[in-house]
Write a protein that binds this ligand. Structure first.
Ligand code: GLP
Length: 240
């Protein structure tokens, strides 16, 4: 695991955006795995700037990690909306090649299988971006999720519902379930970048890097991946 410690949120975003752009330049038809949450917002802002200065996103394929169950695509807290607002509508990405699980599917199990199949058909993910939950979750793979898991329906942990309630009017509005790529899906990516910013992530980052590899801390599985870069700011790295 390569660890890059930077000063703050802005330098974390700049570092990761640079790495993503280098990947796109190296391989214009890359398959990118994308994350949501507050952590990658600065990265997306910078990718929009790179695009304004000429970077070409037209050959990319993207797969998002997860989506809430039960939120319409135009719900402001859905990850469909988030991606549209923060990236897709602002760059020349081909909408036919941007994929996000459908949390409104009637048959959620079938949707999970379909999504996993689409990733395979695309040839797998070249570069996966990850944030991390305060409990060590990646995607929406909560503590206890098996390392062999593929795209699946998850029940969100109480702590995740609490953490994410800041984006909703009340905690009751936070969906209780999501569809998420599994741990195995994530681990099959050729390269992974995990980002973290702020002191609230310090314990999770410590456990990810120095803790035992355990399903109790889903991100600890990354110790077993051959090409992971952690880009963390000083506050998130404070226990390393
Ligand atoms: C959510 C997402 C994760 C994200 C995590 C951290 O639960 N499903 O992919 O990494 O929250 O969010 P934030 O970046 O807002 O701290």
């Amino acid at each position: 695991m390569k660890i890059v410690v930077v000063a703050n949120f802005d330098s974390m975003s700049a570092e990761v955006a640079k790495m993503v752009c280098a990947q796109i330049q190296r391989k214009p038809n890359s398959v990118l795995g994308l994350a949501t949450g507050s952590t990658p917002l600065g990265v997306y802002e910078l990718l929009v700037e790179y695009h304004a200065r000429g970077a070409d996103f037209s050959k990319l394929t993207t797969f998002n990690l997860d989506e809430y169950v039960g939120l319409a695509r135009d719900h402001p807290q859905s990850y469909h909306w988030y991606m549209q607002e923060n990236l897709f509508s602002k760059v020349n990405i081909d909408p036919r090649r941007t994929f996000i699980p459908n949390g409104l599917a009637e048959d959620l199990e079938a949707e999970c299988q379909r999504y996993e199949g689409l990733i395979k058909q695309a040839g797998g993910i070249d570069l996966q971006l990850l944030g991390i939950g305060t409990n060590g979750h990646i995607g929406f793979n909560e503590p206890g999720t098996g390392f062999g898991s593929i795209t699946h329906v998850v029940d969100l942990a109480e702590s995740t519902i609490r953490d994410n309630s800041r984006f909703f009017e009340s905690i009751e509005e936070v969906p209780k379930q999501a569809i998420s790529m599994g741990i195995k899906t994530i681990m099959q990516a050729k390269e992974i970048i995990l980002m973290a910013s702020g002191g609230s992530k310090a314990d999770a980052i410590y456990a990810t890097v120095h803790g035992p590899v355990t399903t109790a801390v889903p991100a600890s599985v990354l110790q077993l991946h051959p090409a992971v870069t952690l880009v963390v700011d000083q506050a998130a790295a404070s226990r390393l």
